[in-house]
Design a protein around this ligand. Structure first.
Ligand code: CA
Length: 229
């Protein structure tokens, strides 16, 4: 994926908006892929993993929220950033979208500039290797150039597996990952390690982090997350 053009999946059924959004996405140098229904969007997802999804709320076959829930429940797709596009500006709708795992929310009508800025912000957050060399969380700084981690500006000793795990968690803060997701994302799908091994690495990571170990949260019966809260 690194050298591929960044693909943005646009799930929207109103032709005028599809056109405007596709144009905006192209103008920013990304590759738009469009789907008019949630079913079509789901098959696009299987064919090529997009870097981000722009998802309309009201779609002909199902609500965009349903698709969002499906994306978040699927371990292959749940880390894809999703921006909800909608005419609804009601606070409760916004909360419903964010509750189900939308990363951001844009209310129609929106300006191309605003949309581009929101997409950029999410892409930067999700793909730190493309733009952000330094990741920060509380007193921790992870420098991808030197592959080092500092706690309150002092370098700490950290093993390679724990470094990779920490890098992944810092790049996706406030999101829970199951053990099997972490195995897939951090060690790759083809590595044969048991899920329990993840616990061992988390234990070592916490030890290495010393005072910053509170950043790594255990979410009961779900997995782990990194959060400053
Ligand atoms: Ca619509």
């Amino acid at each position: 994926m690194p050298n591929d053009k960044t693909t943005i999946l646009i799930v929207e059924d109103e032709p005028a908006i599809v056109e405007l959004v596709s144009f905006t996405v192209k103008a920013a140098g990304w590759q738009p892929v469009t789907a008019q229904t949630t079913a079509e969007a789901w098959s696009c997802l299987q064919q090529k993993m997009p870097s981000l999804v722009l998802l309309d709320w009201m779609l002909p076959d199902q609500s965009g929220l349903k698709l969002l829930s499906r994306i978040r429940a699927d371990h292959n797709f749940n880390a894809i950033p999703v921006i909800m596009l909608t005419a609804k500006g009601l606070e409760e709708d916004k909360i419903a979208g964010l509750d189900r795992g939308a990363d951001d929310y844009v209310t129609k009508p929106f300006s191309p500039r605003e949309l581009t800025a929101r997409i950029n912000a999410l892409l930067r957050r999700n793909r730190p290797e493309h733009g952000m060399e330094v990741l920060k969380a509380g007193p921790l700084v992870l420098d991808q150039m030197s592959c080092s981690v500092s706690l309150n500006e002092r370098k700490i000793d950290i093993g390679n597996a724990e470094y990779k795990l920490l890098k992944f968690l810092m790049a996706h803060p406030d999101r829970v990952f199951s053990r099997s997701q972490l195995l897939d994302k951090v060690w790759g799908q083809h590595v044969e390690i048991e899920e329990r091994t993840v616990d061992v690495h988390v234990l070592r990571l916490r030890k290495a982090l010393k005072d910053a170990e509170f950043l790594i949260k255990t979410v009961r019966s779900m997995g782990y997350m990194l959060s400053e809260k």
